[in-house]
Design a protein. Structure first.
Lengths: 283, 367
């Protein structure tokens, strides 16, 4: 829609700017707070330009060398736990979904439709719904306080399987036949043709699943009881003691910024792939 | 090198009484180095037959041998064939080079050998400049050539073509047809080519197999198929405009078609219910109606540049005549006389639709 009305142009830009401010200002404030001392932040009015404690606060948060009223566990370790969990969850989900979609679309085996529907129905059962039975299973398997406990229950994914199934159905049959004539066995076809063709879907799923894994809160809260296995999202909460306690708000804010960075980075880096996926229609 | 032989091939989908049989016992022998075209209307089973030769469809019963070996239970890659698909089926994420090299890499051909074979094929097909490109950066004709290149590099015993030209525009199709002909002249590889286009079939084939409804109607050279169609189906399918077919009853006096008695210069091969066929280009128009001509009521005229088509009715049957554009032509509504030489009349049995050759000798020379 091309309209040349100055007033309209002004109005649309104003709306956009207000939107940006509403979204970005809290993030900016968080950053500002993370660069002051704890005393400065609690002054009224709160400072709105960055202070000079940036390096000190972030170093303190990462190593856990300074402690407020809440937990003072090192954030560096928590970031590592979060990173490993998010990566295992996203890569695990993609690997399992690719293979199960491959099986459902390209192989004729007994109860094929039954398995498809079984997978499909689990869409209705996210972790939150089955959280107690899942906890019981994980605890009986002695997987509490471990990476396996943090990730395995979150890996099974109907959504991703369904997405890949729909994509595989659009791959022309002739491609499969050409590969058969070329002598490619099923796994060779999967590796050489199907996975490269799914690259853009895989990238999109990776972004979504990484953020999903990184932002997990309820499940890690249940299966971890040791400080060394807390992901950063729980870490933030534990740094804040209740009531009127003297919280190290500068460190809390620094941790919040740190926790925000990896997902943001993943989105920024993978954005190119999204655009590529939208522009290329190679099939 | 590979001869192909098909013995009583049957294809059925499903099992039990609901099974849908699409190929009803096909027999054919294709010689080593021969270029054979399977032609037929859509749904006649020609693609299914080709896919059974390729190993992409299971054979319900019968036996297919390639180069003397029964291949019924072999994977496509073990049959020493290469196939060119209608939509080319190039791997979209691979370069032209990789597309052609993929099969060889799987077959563990040494890298240097792959290089030379692909370069050779690229040279034959004039693809040298495009080896680093992806299929989506190529035109339809170039993609088609890559698909052929992928087949050539494998040096198979048999090439299988599944309507490879139908996605090209008319000009490119004619050009590619010539290229395929040239290619076959150089490589002399046994080729089986499926098409629904009779022009492709006539121009490419050394021998053609005309199929209809899962059965072979005729196997023969384009000449034979054109000049001696074995059934009314072949007569009507090959040739454009198609052969005129008039159904009637033959007796000593002539040929009674509907209400019209058609005089004949030579006796019919036999008496009884017959169909007479005559090609539009084998009919002469004469102005005067006489006892020796067939009366045609002209209903429409079509000017096609080099020729003119006259449509009319002969009794109740629609009838087409082809004239040179420069020849004098009748007007709509005229009744003109037609004359056809006896050697240009094709006779078919009305019940079986099979060609009737000559008056059975038994009637004249009984022992």
């Amino acid at each position: 829609m091309v309209e040349r009305r100055p007033l309209l142009t002004f109005l649309t830009h104003a709306v956009l700017l207000v939107g940006v401010v509403i979204v970005a200002f809290p993030v900016y404030l968080t950053f500002v707070a993370s660069t002051h001392t704890a005393q400065d932040i609690v002054q009224a009015p709160m400072p709105i330009v960055p202070g000079d404690q940036f390096l000190h606060n972030y170093a303190a948060a990462l190593t856990g060398s300074e402690k407020g009223a809440g937990s003072g566990a090192p954030v560096g370790r928590m970031m590592w736990v979060s990173l490993v969990s998010a990566l295992v969850i996203s890569i695990g989900k993609i690997a399992i979904s690719l293979l199960s979609a491959f099986a459902i679309v390209y192989f004729r085996f007994p109860f094929r439709m039954f398995f498809f529907w079984a997978i499909f129905i689990t869409l209705m059962l996210p972790v939150e719904v089955r959280i107690f039975p899942t906890y019981k299973v994980i605890s009986d398997l002695h997987m509490l306080n471990s990476y396996a406990g943090l990730t395995v229950p979150l890996i099974a994914s109907a959504t991703a399987t369904f997405l890949f199934r729909q994509f595989f159905l659009t791959v022309p049959d002739e491609l499969v036949e050409a590969a058969r004539v070329d002598g490619a066995g099923p796994m060779r076809f999967f590796k050489d043709v199907l996975v490269p063709l799914s690259a853009t879907s895989i990238a999109a799923l990776f972004v979504i699943q990484f953020i999903y894994g990184w932002n997990q809160y309820l499940w890690p809260l249940l299966v971890t009881t040791e400080e060394s296995m807390y992901p950063v999202v729980i870490g933030i909460k534990r740094m804040i003691a209740g009531g009127d306690a003297q919280n190290a708000w500068n460190l809390v804010m620094a941790t919040a910024i740190l926790a925000m960075l990896p997902p943001a980075l993943v989105v920024v880096l993978m954005q190119k792939w999204f655009v590529k996926g939208l522009v290329d229609t190679e099939k | 090198m590979g001869a192909i032989s098909l013995r009583n091939i049957v294809k059925r989908y499903g099992i039990g009484p609901k099974a849908n049989q699409v190929i009803h016992g096909v027999d054919a022998e294709i010689g080593d180095g021969e270029f054979v075209v399977i032609v037929g209307p859509s749904g006649c089973g020609k693609s299914t037959l080709l896919r059974m030769v390729a190993g992409l469809e299971e054979i319900t019963s019968g036996e297919i041998t390639i180069a003397g070996k029964v291949v019924n239970d072999k994977e496509p890659s073990e049959r020493d064939i290469a196939m060119v698909f209608q939509n080319y089926a190039l791997y979209p994420h691979m370069t032209v080079f990789d597309n052609m090299a993929y099969g060889l890499r799987i077959a563990k051909v040494p890298v240097a050998e792959i290089r030379t074979r692909v370069d050779q094929a690229a040279k034959i097909l004039e693809l040298g400049a495009f080896l680093a490109r992806k299929p989506r950066e190529l035109s339809g004709g170039q993609r088609q050539r890559v698909a052929m290149g992928r087949a050539i590099v494998r040096k198979p015993a048999v090439f299988l073509f599944d309507e490879p030209l139908s996605n090209l525009d008319a000009k490119l199709r004619a050009q590619t047809r010539l290229e395929i002909q040239k290619l076959h002249g150089e490589l002399r590889t046994t080729s089986l080519f499926v098409t629904h286009d009779q022009v492709e079939a006539m121009t490419l084939a050394e021998r053609m197999i005309v199929m209809n409804a899962g059965r072979i109607e005729q196997i023969g050279t384009p000449d034979e198929v054109y000049h001696r169609p074995a059934t009314t189906f072949v007569a009507a399918f090959i040739g454009s405009p198609p052969m005129n077919l008039v159904r009637g009853r033959a007796s000593g006096a002539g040929f009674q078609a509907g209400g019209q008695l058609l005089p004949l210069a030579a006796p019919t091969p036999r008496d009884g219910e017959l169909v007479v066929g005559v090609r539009p280009e084998h009919v002469e128009l004469v102005d005067q109606l006489s006892a020796a001509t067939w009366p045609l009521r002209v209903q429409a005229l079509e000017m096609l540049g080099a020729e003119r088509l006259v449509y009319g009715t002969l009794g109740e049957t629609l009838f087409t005549v082809r004239l040179d554009a420069t020849a004098p032509h009748p007007k709509i509504g005229d009744v003109v006389g037609l004359r056809a030489a006896p050697e240009h009349l094709h006779w078919f049995d009305a019940a079986t639709s099979a060609r009737v050759t000559a008056r059975p000798l038994a009637t004249t020379a009984a022992p």
